[in-house]
Structure formats: structure tokens, C-alpha cells
Design a protein around this ligand. Sequence first.
Ligand SMILES: NC(=O)c1ccc[n+]([C@@H]2O[C@H](COP(=O)([O-])OP(=O)(O)OC[C@H]3O[C@@H](n4cnc5c(N)ncnc54)[C@H](OP(=O)(O)O)[C@@H]3O)[C@@H](O)[C@H]2O)c1
Length: 382
Amino acid sequence: MIEQQKQRIELEITKQLDDLDRNVLRKLQMGANPSESDIAKYTGEFERCAIKCVDKHVEILPKMFASMRSVLQSKYSQDRMQGAVFEKNVRADGKVVIITGANTGIGKETAHYLARRGAHVYMACRDMQKCEKAREEIVLDTRNPLVYCRECDLASMQSIRQFVKQFKAEQQRLDILINNAGVMRCPRTLTKEGIELQLGVNHMGHFLLTNLLLDTLKLSAPSRIVVVSSLAHTRGQIALDDLNSTKTYDEAKAYEQSKLANVLFVRELARRLEGTGVTVNALHPGIVDTELMRHMGIFNSWFSGIFVRPFVWPFLKSPLYGAQTTLYAALDPELEKVSGQYFSDCAPKDVAEQAKDDRVAQWLWAVSEKWTGTLTGTAAVS
Ligand SMILES: NC(=O)c1ccc[n+]([C@@H]2O[C@H](COP(=O)([O-])OP(=O)(O)OC[C@H]3O[C@@H](n4cnc5c(N)ncnc54)[C@H](OP(=O)(O)O)[C@@H]3O)[C@@H](O)[C@H]2O)c1
């Protein structure tokens, strides 16, 4: 009986969605570059639909978002909301690539694209089940079997060292390292070594990983390191007297600090890598609809699902579009000798003033070496 009812509701929802799709599609016939008033109209349309759905079947919202999104994106994609696209048809046959946090979001799309272009892709993830599921999808779709899941928890120096050891035992070269994994605005948590999690994963873990792989990257030159930072770095400050947020913890500030640390790391590393043939660049992927906001209760509540998401989602990039600047930094032949830069929407962009401070970049490097035990093998967080 319940099953029958469920089926009936499913059918009804599907019919509603179909009607909705047709309705929106009909209105979209007016062209690929809609005016502001068109957008306002569609937003209104969406709002009305959202209210209708709340009244009728609250459960259909996620399905409806996905459907609306795909319809709207098919028209609006590049020029309106999804930002620049890396359009060059560059192959990556035989290139060995490591991508951290490749089981979901921007990292997964990056892995997918590179696998499609023939790369050997190492998905460096902390959750092997999620990683394997994503790998299966990628292999099935791309028919490239050279995609590997390897455990790498960036909140544990031991896990990072183990990952590098195994990688070096399997591969003699590394053409592209993509430091993508990230955590945002989580409650105060510490890594295995006692580093505040956002700084620990977003910066320190990647700092150790990159340093341990530099010898292989140099042997494989020309090779590239890509660091996924964020526009949030522009609001960041490096807390010289409380880097580990011990005295006070503000989730937003800790994220911004970690993303500024990404850009300062790139600045200092580019200087150190001059003349080696290894480049390193940072980027902002755009505002992308991923799981990054998983710790931000306000964006995950039913209230937000009904009253916030409908109005912001048209302005979010899908993960596929969010991966475009990473792919540009990783593959564009014109960037072969470009290092120490920051990109957004597949183009160079200036960084914030505090991201140009060489003194702070060098200070952060020295602290990072100590906290990760890069030189000594023993992490010492103080
Ligand atoms: N989305 C945006 O709007 C946006 C904007 C600016 C910058 N960014 C940056 O883009 C990057 C990718 O984020 P996303 O938006 O794709 O977010 P996401 O969907 O949440 O993906 C983040 C990835 O990082 C992994 N990760 C988290 N902690 C880890 C750890 N300790 N060790 C290894 N992997 C870990 C996650 O693994 P699990 O699935 O196992 O947690 C996941 O694979 C991040 O660096 C983020 O700061 C994103």
C-alpha cells in the first residue's frame, strides 16, 4: 500500500517536473544571452515553483533543483553563470597526475577530465569507499583504466608520508600535482599533530605533500603544481601571534587564513623553484556548488533549502565549471613557464596586498617546515 502511494507520488512529481522543464524551456527560446529582466523573470518563476512545491511535496525540492539547474544551465552555461571554460583540446596522454580530494566536487571533475584526456590519475583521498565509488564512475565513463585510489589523509602527516612512499614505489614521474582538497568553516578540530584543521588540511598537509614530491616533480620537468586557493584569501590575515587559533577561533577567519596561506606558499615556492622547470600557481575556482559548505548549518537546513538556495543557486557554478581554471592551470601550453601566479576564470588575476608579503611568506614557510617535520621527519607544533 505504502509502496503504491510512493509510486503514485513519484509519478505525479515526475509529471510536474516535466511540465516545469517544458515551461522553462519554452521561455528560454529567446536566446543565449538573456537580459537582466529575463533572469529576474526566471528567478521569479523559480520562486513560484518553490512555493508550490513546499505546499505540495517538500521532498521534491532537491529533484526539482537538479532538473531546473540542468535546464537553465543548458542555455546559460558559459556566458552567464558558469564562468570561463578551458576550451583548448589538450591531451594529457601518459602524464602522471595526483589530485587531492578527488572523490567529490571540483577534484572529482578534474580527475574525470584528465582521465578522459589520457592521464594516469592518482586520486589522493581520505575515504577509500567514496574514492572507489568515484573512481568506478570515472573509469566506466572515460574507459581509462589508469585511474587509482590511494589513501591520503591530509590531517595526518603519517598518512601523507605513507602515500608518498607508496606513490614513489609505483611511479618514477609526476607531471602534475593538484592540491585541491579542502575543508571550510568546520568547528574547531585538530589534525593528528594538533594543528587547527583548516590550516592543517588546506595548507600544512599540502605543504608536506608537495615538499615530499618535489624531487620527483623536478626529475619530470617540465612539470606543474596547481594549488586550489580561493577569493577568500583576500579577507585573510596570517595570525603571526596565534597561527593555530589557540587563543581564539573563528571558523571563517581560520578558512580565510588557510587560503591566504595557499597563496603565500605558492609565492615562496615559485621563488625556490626558479630554474627547475617546475611551476607552481594558485587559483580561485569560482563559487561552486559542492559539498564544501557541509559544516555551515545555515546552508544545509530546510529553511535554507526553501528560502535561500532557490535564490543563490543560479549564481553558483556546477563542479564541472568549477574545475575549468584548475584544468587551465594544469594543461594550458601557454603556461608552461608561468609560475607564482594566481588565476580566476582561466585568466591571471591580481592577489590581495597581504598575499604579496615576502616576509610573511618566508615566516610561514619556516613555521610550516617545523610543524610538518618536513626536514626532520618529526612534526613539532607549538
Ligand atoms: N566550492 C567553492 O565555492 C569553492 C570556492 C573557493 C575555493 N574552493 C576550494 O576548492 C577546493 C575543492 O573544494 P570543493 O568545493 O570541491 O569541496 P568538496 O566538495 O567539499 O570537496 C573537498 C574534498 O576535499 C577532501 N578532504 C577534506 N578533508 C580532507 C583530508 N583531511 N584529507 C584528504 N582529503 C580531504 C574531501 O574529502 P571527503 O569527501 O572525504 O570529505 C573532498 O574530496 C577546496 O580547496 C576549496 O577550498 C571551493
